[in-house]
Write a protein of this length. Structure first.
Length: 262
C-alpha cells in the first residue's frame, strides 16, 4: 500500500496515507512528512498522526505555498500552541477565516460563538419568472415581501481578529507551550472523545476525532460520523469503555502515534 503514496491521484494518496496510519505504519508517516515539503495533500494525515515536529512542516506549508483549509485544520489537530499566529493571521482572509476559527476553537475551546445570517441558496427551478430574470440578469436573489433576504440566523465561531486577540491575550498564561492541547486541555483520549460527543462540532471534525483515536491511541472501535444515530450511540459507549480500560496508559499533553509517544 505504500506504493499508493506515489500515485498521481491526490484522493488515492490521501486515502492510502490515512489507511496506513490507522495500521500504525511508521514508514507512511515519515514518507508523508517528506512529501509535505513539496505537496499539500499529506497535511491532514500529518495532523492526525505527527509529533510536534510536524508543526513546523505545516506552518511552512501554510506560509510558503499559501494556507488551505485542510492545512489550517491539520495544524489544529496537531495541538501545538505555537501555530496560533498562523491561524490569527488567516482570520483576515475571508476564504480561510472559517477554518482558522475552527482550528483556534479546536485547540483552545474558547467557545467564541456569535449569531450570523446565512442566506438561502438560490434554486432557479423554484423561482417565479420575474425572480428568475432578476437573478440571471442582475444577480438579485429573491427576498421576503419587506425586502429581507431569504435565509436563517445561525450560531458560528467568531472570525473576528479583535475578539480572538482579546481572548488569547487574557488566557496567554493558562497553558504550557510544551504540551499538546485540545479544547483548552492537555490532549488525551478522553478529551478527544469530547469532540465526538459535542453536538456543535461539524460532521467532519467528529469523523477526524474518531480517526485520531484510532491513529494516535490505537482505539479499535469502528465509528463513522454518518452512521445511523443508534449505531453511533452504541459505538460511543464502546469507545467510552475502551478509554476507561486503556486511557490510563497515555499521559495527557503528549503526542502519540500507534499508541506510542512520538
Amino acid at each position: 500500500m505504500l506504493d499508493c503514496l506515489g500515485r498521481d491521484d491526490t484522493a488515492i494518496k490521501s486515502a492510502a496515507l490515512l489507511a496506513l496510519l490507522r495500521l500504525g505504519v511508521v514508514e507512511a508517516l515519515s514518507l508523508g512528512q517528506r512529501m509535505a515539503g513539496t505537496e499539500i495533500w499529506p497535511a491532514l494525515g500529518l495532523g492526525l498522526a505527527g509529533g510536534r515536529s510536524v508543526t513546523q512542516v505545516l506552518k511552512e506549508m501554510a506560509r510558503s505555498r499559501g494556507a488551505t483549509p485542510d492545512c489550517l485544520l491539520a495544524l489544529g489537530l496537531v495541538g501545538d500552541l505555537s501555530a496560533v499566529g498562523v491561524w490569527y493571521d488567516c482570520l483576515a482572509d475571508a476564504a480561510l477565516a472559517p477554518s482558522a476559527a475552527q482550528a483556534l476553537e479546536l485547540i483552545t475551546g474558547a467557545g467564541l460563538y456569535e449569531s450570523a445570517f446565512a442566506p438561502d441558496d438560490v434554486a432557479e427551478d423554484e423561482l417565479f419568472e420575474e425572480e428568475l430574470i432578476a437573478w440571471k440578469e442582475q444577480g438579485k436573489a429573491p427576498t421576503h415581501p419587506d425586502g429581507r433576504l431569504l435565509g436563517v440566523t445561525v450560531m458560528q465561531l467568531t472570525q473576528s481578529q479583535e475578539q480572538w486577540r482579546g481572548w488569547l491575550s487574557a488566557h496567554s498564561k493558562d497553558s504550557d507551550s510544551n504540551r499538546r492541547y485540545r479544547s483548552g486541555k492537555p490532549s488525551s483520549p478522553a478529551v478527544v472523545l469530547e469532540n465526538l460527543l459535542d453536538n456543535r462540532a461539524p460532521h467532519r471534525l467528529r469523523q477526524l476525532a474518531a480517526e485520531e483515536l484510532a491513529i494516535r491511541y490505537g482505539c479499535d472501535v469502528p465509528f463513522e460520523a454518518d452512521m445511523p444515530v443508534a449505531r453511533q450511540l452504541r459505538a460511543l459507549r464502546e469507545i467510552e469503555h475502551w478509554i476507561a480500560s486503556n486511557g490510563g496508559r497515555f499521559q495527557s499533553g503528549l503526542w502519540y502515534f500507534a499508541g506510542q509517544p512520538c
